[in-house]
Design a protein around this ligand. Structure first.
Ligand code: SF4
Length: 368
């Protein structure tokens, strides 16, 4: 039976972080309740369309999904189990350290993985980017969660400041988690952070400093037994995110909620980024999604190559041949030759050399 993944988007946050340009914000309780009801309808509809498929991973992301009440989370979980034929191996929910969460209840709902938005263990930096929590709260959150979850991921941001002490962050975090997502701060247009930087009120790390921080992070993670399996993701053996991996190997996925994207039967579609319209029924559950495009075989190939090369394992040539009935090494021989200094090639695999991971986009571009 074909495996599928499900992403559930919760666009609610307690406050807006200064760097964030995701579709999320503060909404009142009535809107949250109406949103959850509408989400259940969209989940039900996705389930009806998934005949012959089996749901293997679920991810509650946002926003901050744990701003919902336990009853609302339970309602969503029940809706998933009632709507899909499922054998869920990984069920993740994102949370933030300032939110009081009943971890025991989440575990009882079948959620088995927690992703915590730590971002930094330096209070001054947390304040600088508008996070609502302190480092102490982050550590307390991870320690309480560890009583119920053996699979915990933390998000960490790099590039927040020239003096950012990544080793200190990792010393505090790595013995408390099984998975780390490390993102480089990107100054998005029209965010408060962009304004603060433009007005000279805030300074962040330069690109070179950020690269140095990433190198320190890479080295420290390796020493602690965390393997990089994708440019931003590190994990202990066996704790790589199965849900994220399904995006990279083009497993089909449903995305429900505002702005959520889906990839089903070769089609891409997404919902509008508008909570008001969503609760009025403007979503895929009512056939009101936006169709992005139907993938041509060439686009599908390019995406598969691109996503595979972003991972540490690289492009598996046998899988590629099975999927597209084509030998990549032959079909793209010139591109491979042009990039030969930047890649590792063996019988069954092509991967970007470790030292070029941070400039991989331009290399990948040449390989498709
Ligand atoms: S908690 Fe996450 S989604 Fe919400 S504003 Fe901050 S970064 Fe954005």
């Amino acid at each position: 039976m074909q495996s599928v993944a499900l992403y559930v988007h919760i666009p609610f946050c307690q406050n807006k972080c200064l760097y964030c340009d995701f579709y999320s914000g503060k909404f009142n309780d009535d809107i949250k309740a109406a949103y959850v009801s509408e989400l259940c309808k969209e989940i039900e509809s996705a389930g009806k369309n998934s005949i012959g498929k089996i749901l293997r991973t679920v991810y509650f992301g946002g926003g901050t999904p744990t701003v919902l009440s336990l009853r609302q989370i339970e309602k969503l979980v029940s809706s998933i189990y009632n709507s899909f034929h499922s054998d869920i191996i990984e069920f993740t929910i994102e949370t933030n350290p300032n939110i009081e969460v009943d971890f025991s209840a989440l575990r009882n709902f079948g959620i088995n993985r927690l992703s915590v938005g730590v971002q930094s263990t330096d209070d001054a930096l947390l304040k600088k980017i508008g996070r609502l929590h302190t480092a102490e709260q982050a550590i307390r959150c991870l320690d309480s969660a560890a009583r119920y979850f053996d699979n915990i991921s933390a998000d960490l941001m790099l590039g927040l400041d020239e003096k950012q002490d990544v080793k200190k962050d990792l010393n505090l975090l790595l013995n408390r988690i099984t998975h780390l997502s490390a993102y480089m701060l990107k100054v998005e247009k029209n965010t408060p952070l962009e304004n603060l930087i433009k007005n000279g009120k805030v300074a962040i790390a330069t690109d070179n400093q950020t690269v140095e921080q990433y190198s320190a992070l890479y080295e420290h993670c390796c020493k602690a037994g965390f393997k990089r399996y994708e440019v931003s993701n590190f994990a202990l053996e066996g704790y790589e995110s199965k849900h994220n991996s399904s995006y990279w190997n083009l497993t089909e996925y449903y995305g429900v909620g505002t702005s959520a994207h889906s990839y089903i039967n070769g089609r891409r579609y997404f919902n509008k980024s508008d909570v008001s319209q969503y609760i009025e029924g403007e979503h895929s559950g009512n056939g009101k999604q936006i169709i992005e495009r139907e993938y041509s075989l060439d686009t599908e190939k390019e995406e598969y190559i691109m996503l595979s090369l972003r991972t540490e394992k690289g492009l598996n040539l046998t899988d590629y041949r099975k999927r597209f009935n084509e030998n990549y090494s032959v079909a793209y021989a010139t591109n491979i030759q042009n990039m030969i200094n930047y890649i590792e090639v063996n019988n069954d695999r092509i991967a970007i050399k470790k030292e070029y991971v941070l400039v991989q986009n331009s290399i990948i571009f040449e390989l498709i």
